[in-house]
Design a protein around this ligand. Structure first.
Ligand SMILES: Nc1ncnc2c1ncn2[C@@H]1O[C@H](COP(=O)(O)OP(=O)(O)OP(=O)(O)O)[C@@H](O)[C@H]1O
Length: 233
């Protein structure tokens, strides 16, 4: 579904991605793991058309996306739920959800919102509240719900567990597992290594702008030496 080859990008003279290659197949959960500052968020921003690639290719369901702008990428079904949620605090929960569908036809939008409410009952309870009044966990759910409103074929989740209480982290991973069970392809970019490896089918480990290791998540999870060497666990 997603095929990234030798992707390079950065900010000004600073190259952050130094030739990243990875794949996500239909229906797969793929974890991209790595410590602070290795370039995970930059990768997500390039994949979603926010930061331009300097070279390399991004193919999504056969279409070349490396030169496309964000709206075309969203329309193609590659949707990024950003780190830090980036909800609109002064809009209501429902308005935030509606904005997630801006690339989709109006028809069917109300039904889609009802589907999101069925997945996230708390968002229904708070539909008319300002999004800024939600708890951190609820805001993360809203950000994911807003992403789902765009009808993703592949959902990129950037650090969905960041800043949440341990209980909320459990809830968040359970939610991601439910989304994956529905057949949605997910690229999970996380620092929460153990839970991500338990959920994902495959994983990539990123260090200093390149992928240094990849393989079945269960293999990485059961190899203490690899975890120590690559993930500092
Ligand atoms: N807008 C920017 N301008 C200049 N440098 C940036 C910018 N955004 C990120 N960087 C730098 O790029 C490098 C990679 O950052 P990035 O956010 O992609 O890493 P990350 O792996 O997602 O880390 P984190 O988990 O902390 O978000 C860092 O050195 C960071 O300082």
């Amino acid at each position: 579904m997603l095929e990234v080859r030798d992707l390079r990008a950065g900010y000004g003279a600073t190259e952050v991605l130094r030739g990243v290659s990875l794949d996500v197949k239909a229906g797969e959960v793929v974890a991209v793991l790595g410590s602070n500052g290795v370039g995970k968020t930059t990768l997500n921003k390039v994949l979603s058309g926010v930061v331009p690639a300097t070279s390399g290719t991004i193919r999504f369901n056969g279409a070349a996306l490396e030169h496309e702008a964000a709206p075309a990428i969203v329309t193609a079904g590659l949707i990024h739920v950003p780190e830090g949620r980036k909800i609109f605090p002064n809009l209501s929960v429902r308005e935030n959800l509606e904005l997630g569908a801006y690339c989709r036809p109006r028809r069917g939008r109300a039904e889609r919102i009802e589907q999101i409410y069925a997945t996230f009952p708390k968002l229904k309870q708070r539909a008319r509240q300002y999004a800024g009044t939600l708890s951190g966990g609820e805001q993360q759910m809203l950000a994911i719900g807003r992403g789902l409103m765009g009808e993703p074929k592949l959902l990129i989740l950037d650090e969905p567990s960041l800043g949440l209480s341990p209980l909320m982290v459990e809830e968040m991973f359970a939610l991601i597992a439910r989304l994956a069970a529905s057949g949605l392809a997910i690229m999970l970019v996380e620092q929460n290594v153990v839970q991500s490896l338990e959920l994902a089918g495959r994983a990539y480990i990123m260090e200093n702008g390149i992928i240094t290791l990849s393989g079945p998540a269960s293999e990485l999870n059961s190899n203490a030496e690899l975890k120590r060497a690559y993930l500092g666990l």
